[in-house]
Ligand binder design. Structure first.
Ligand SMILES: *[C@@H]1O[C@H](CO)[C@@H](O)[C@H](O)[C@H]1NC(C)=O
Ligand SMILES: *[C@@H]1O[C@H](CO)[C@@H](O)[C@H](O)[C@H]1NC(C)=O
Length: 228
């Protein structure tokens, strides 16, 4: 009985569904361990849309959003390729890049990425501008227990982190949908207007676990200048 009570208390202590509106995750240093982890309940995604905002000064490879399943470490990954100098998407074993992103250091970038398993088409919206629609791969949905990691890139299901692929900077407004968001909704996300929050991951009600040195901080401190 005592043990059961303890387990219940521990359960409530670690279950952390939080409204992170106005907040950001700060990843202050490169490590091969610090990360935010979210386990997804559904086991099959025919289509995905993932949106996030981030800022960094990294020039090297870094993962922005890493989804693994037991069969594929890189089920769905959004990352900056230092070699190709562009933001890329991997679905399972296929990676493609979307050229022309002005990925400036120390500037917040809003990125939404979509992929549909039926057509196989992917698209990326970067700071409000949609890329061309590109074929990545088609025919199979993302299936199996999915683990989403922020701050690290998974080379194993839920682990296999590499310090040289870690994210250093701040990240906010992370949402994931199991369908392709309409261009209007994506535009609304980009411009911080009203949009339908993610039905898979919702920044306003996020169930996550932090490991290592990751902080939750207020996103903006607006300095009100006095009119003279
Ligand atoms: C990370 O990169 C540095 C610099 O290139 C290198 O010296 C180091 O061995 C790399 N670490 C790992 C774990 O790959
Ligand atoms: C963060 O924002 C909240 C709500 O606006 C405010 O109450 C709190 O004092 C802020 N914290 C810091 C450290 O600025």
């Amino acid at each position: 009985m005592k043990l059961l009570l303890l387990l219940v208390l521990m359960g409530t202590a670690t279950a952390k569904v939080q409204d992170l509106s106005g907040k950001m995750f700060t990843f202050p240093q490169p490590t091969n361990s610090a990360h935010v982890r979210m386990s997804l309940a559904n086991h099959c995604y025919q289509a995905v849309t993932v949106c996030h905002r981030s800022v960094t000064d990294l020039k090297r490879f870094h993962a922005l959003f890493s989804v693994s399943t037991p069969s594929h470490d890189n089920s769905f990954v959004v990352f900056w390729s230092g070699g190709a100098q562009d933001v890329q998407t991997t679905v399972k074993t296929t990676a493609i890049g979307y050229g022309g992103c002005d990925y400036k250091s120390n500037k917040w970038h809003s990125i939404c990425t979509t992929w549909d398993s039926v057509t196989g088409l992917g698209q990326m919206w970067f700071d409000g501008v949609p890329s061309i629609r590109k074929f990545i791969r088609s025919g199979e949905a993302i299936t199996g227990q999915a683990i989403v990691i922020l701050g690290q890139e998974q080379d194993k299901h839920g682990g296999g982190f590499d310090i040289n692929q870690s994210f250093v900077g701040m990240m906010s407004d992370v949402h994931m949908w199991d369908y392709i968001l309409s261009p209007c909704e994506i535009q609304n996300y980009m411009e911080n207007l009203h949009f339908t929050p993610g039905n898979v991951l919702n920044w306003n009600a996020l169930d996550f676990d932090i490991s290592g040195h990751v902080l939750i901080e207020n996103k903006t401190v607006v300095c009100q200048l006095k009119n003279i």
